[in-house]
Design a protein around this ligand. Structure first.
Ligand SMILES: NC(=O)c1ccc[n+]([C@@H]2O[C@H](COP(=O)([O-])OP(=O)(O)OC[C@H]3O[C@@H](n4cnc5c(N)ncnc54)[C@H](O)[C@@H]3O)[C@@H](O)[C@H]2O)c1
Length: 424
């Protein structure tokens, strides 16, 4: 049996540590030998959890890149704006890398990363975990088998639930358009899936429209205030109540308690006090300084004339992703959260309009439909030079998925159709 791939965690936050958990579930595949994080508490906790010795600990990725390479790969779980500045020196130092999505907020940085990856010959995989969810794997298998012929149109939607929207994009750290346009931050998964269905075909033209019309002060209910637990008369009836969401339903921990992460074992009183005082999760969702769009649609024309459209809708009661793929010989339609899709074919028999095959993929739905750890396993296979799964991220598809998001923002703001260049 081969020895485990060795990796360092760069950015020991929620996602970096989550991916590194594969080393606990499958120590024969992955061993964590280093951690870089400027946050001393996080660095220490990760070192303890994964048994990393003192000499493997660094304050930053950049510092780690200056010592001779001491692992095969990097799990890069830094925040969006830190991805490229932390990735470049480590790719240059010889590490392969699993890098979280979204890759980066600008086209210029993305192209620098692509050039560096190509020049150094390193393996770079992006955290497009949905490609590993059984639902999407099963769909891709059928497309590859030619079951619906050549794909010429795709329509997908992502409904971001009211509590997810509030936690990440209204009260959380992905609230500002200048650094985190929401289509990029949230739907880069969906745009990547579209690029993956059409793998190898360039998205050529992009158009988009969107707005922020829900999470605005004009929609604040009468009697509401600035903080749910301080000056709101309607808190008890509001679906966005910070008390309900974070103290009672206990949604979105640990994000909701980042503000008191320095307290080793916070009590309920500590949590409630933070929501009253300075925890951003205690704010009224209708009165924040955030400015991301709360709904946006994008239309794409590929170079071979195929098309795709995606709708991002937020603040919905039920979260979920739908997909409808149309091919020359049939169609596939499904809802990921149901763990099921159907494959339809036109049926020329008398009395029949079409035949329909239901496909059940309702296996484990944890961690992005079960995708998170499967992605790390595929990354390990890639680093070992073994055969990769059909989900394996082709870097050019990931790049095109992101270029669609940047182009959509430009198209929406400037009310125009934006062309995407050939990077093949
Ligand atoms: N794949 C998904 O579906 C998915 C889901 C949620 C978040 N994300 C993405 O995952 C990424 C990480 O999110 P998170 O919530 O885990 O973030 P986090 O803030 O919990 O972790 C980031 C860590 O990086 C550290 N860091 C900052 N600068 C550094 C440097 N120069 N060198 C080393 N470490 C540094 C920070 O101190 C922090 O501990 C983000 O890009 C986010 O958008 C992806």
């Amino acid at each position: 049996m081969s020895s485990p791939v060795t990796a360092v965690i760069v950015g020991a936050g929620h996602r970096g540590v989550g991916y590194a958990n594969l080393s606990i579930h499958k120590p024969e595949m992955l061993k964590i030998v280093g951690v870089a994080d400027p946050d001393e508490l996080r660095r220490r906790k990760a070192a303890e959890k994964f048994g990393v010795p003192e000499e493997g600990l660094y304050e930053t990725a950049q510092e780690m890149a200056q010592v001779p390479q001491f692992a095969d790969a990097v799990i890069n779980g830094t925040m969006d704006l830190d991805h490229v500045p932390t990735a470049l020196p480590l790719l240059e130092a010889g590490y392969d890398m699993l890098l979280e999505k979204p890759i980066c907020p600008t086209r210029e940085e993305l192209l620098t990363l692509l050039q560096t990856t190509r020049r150094t010959g390193r393996k770079l995989m992006i955290g497009h975990v949905l490609r590993y969810a059984p639902f999407y794997v099963a769909i891709k298998q059928r497309l590859l088998a030619g079951e619906i012929g050549d794909v010429y149109a795709v329509h997908s939607t992502e409904a971001v639930s009211y509590h997810h929207m509030a936690a990440a994009f209204i009260r959380g750290r992905w609230a500002h358009r200048s650094t985190n346009p929401m289509l990029l931050a949230k739907c880069c998964h969906d745009l990547d899936l579209i690029a993956w269905y059409y793998s190898g075909v360039r998205p050529a033209y992009v158009s988009s429209m969107g707005a922020r019309t829900v999470f605005c002060e004009a929609n604040a209910p009468e009697g509401s205030g600035t903080r749910c637990l301080v000056d709101c008369d309607v808190e008890a009836d509001c679906a966005y109540s910070a008390r309900k969401n974070y103290l009672e339903q206990k949604l979105w921990a640990p994000y909701s308690w980042e503000a008191i992460e320095h307290i080793e074992e916070p009590t309920d009183e500590d949590r409630e006090r933070s929501l009253r005082e300075d925890n951003p999760f205690g704010r009224c969702v209708y009165r924040t300084d955030g400015d991301v769009m709360d709904h946006q649609s994008v239309i794409i024309e590929f170079e071979n004339g195929s098309t795709a459209s995606h709708d991002m809708i937020t603040g919905t009661p039920r979260p979920g992703r739908t997909v409808h793929i149309y091919g020359t010989e049939g169609e596939i339609e499904g809802f990921m959260e149901d763990g099921a899709f159907v494959v339809r074919h036109a049926d020329a028999r008398a009395g029949e309009e079409y035949s329909e095959e239901p496909v059940d993929v309702s296996v484990t739905m944890d961690g992005h439909g079960g995708g998170d750890l499967r992605l790390v396993e595929d990354f390990v296979a890639a680093v070992r030079g073994q055969e990769r799964s059909i989900s394996s991220t082709e870097i050019l598809d990931s790049v095109y998925g992101h270029l669609i998001a940047y182009a959509a923002d430009e198209a929406m703001t400037q009310r125009k159709v934006v062309e995407i260049e050939d990077l093949g």
